[in-house]
Ligand binder design. Structure first.
Ligand code: FPP
Length: 235
């Protein structure tokens, strides 16, 4: 069977903590292993021909974790956004962020802006990093933006359609074809709710730090066997 390459892949990178625990390491070690894996994996995914990759790096709900863990992750973001993903930049990948307008430490926001600016003219693919992100809050923010446009007379209520929603999401991206959530949990957890409408789901048992190139190829193989009908009738 021919391997089909999804245009847009999304990954919920779950299981860093459990991966570390099984090795007698700290949760922070698990996140570090996760992000190191992500750097290699993202490159491989674009090399396989995927055009858009979305990842769930930090949810609006993740702020409920211990201060120690949140602080560690924020420092990790600053370091990685500032100094890593060099190969992706070289490969002409545009890096964008899906996030609430406020809530992240100033230094993280600065690193984000820098990375977006550095890659804004890249055209080979899009790497969408969801940080301080929640699917519900994205939809609430869309409602606010469209309401403002109506009040300003830029659009009429009866002109609002699916395109209007898409154009007002944090990023306007093609629909997700394949969602992968590692670690054996079968949930979407408030991730990209609008964009996932017709996505195929793949839930490997592997923890994210161990979800490598071979594991991704298995996901592609599973995806290639899926019969996508988008609500239509099987031909
Ligand atoms: C879920 O594992 C993981 C997270 C909440 C954070 C994921 C973040 C990274 C891999 C770092 C991303 C970094 C950059 C720079 C984009 P968990 O902690 O919930 O694991 P557990 O369920 O086993 O406890």
């Amino acid at each position: 069977m021919d391997i089909k390459i999804p245009n847009h892949v999304a990954i919920i990178m779950d299981g860093n903590g459990r991966w570390a625990q099984e090795r007698g390491l700290s949760r922070s070690d698990g996140h570090l292993a996760g992000v190191n894996n992500l750097e290699k994996l993202a490159e491989y995914i674009f090399d396989r021909g995927v055009k858009v990759l979305s990842i769930f790096a930090f949810s609006t709900e993740n702020f409920k974790r211990s201060k120690e863990e949140v602080d560690f992750l924020m420092k990790l973001f600053i370091k990685f956004f500032k100094t890593k993903f060099k190969n992706l930049k070289k490969k002409n990948i545009k890096i964008v962020f899906s996030k609430k307008e406020s809530g992240l430490p100033e230094e993280v926001e600065k690193a984000i802006k820098k990375m977006e600016k550095e890659t804004e003219n890249n055209t080979a693919g899009i790497f969408n990093i969801c940080v301080n992100y929640g699917g519900h809050s994205e939809i609430v923010d869309v409602a606010k933006k469209i309401s403002e446009s109506v009040l300003e007379g830029k659009i009429k209520v009866n002109e609002i359609d699916e395109k209007t929603i898409e154009q007002n999401l944090y990023q306007t991206l093609p629909p997700i074809d394949l969602l992968i959530r590692t670690s054996g949990e079968y949930r979407i957890s408030n991730f990209m709710l609008w964009q996932l409408a017709y996505a195929e789901m793949y839930f490997p048992k592997t923890y994210f730090p161990a979800f490598d190139e071979k594991e991704f190829d298995k996901a592609l193989e599973a995806y290639s066997h899926r019969d996508r009908r988008f609500g239509g009738i099987k031909k």
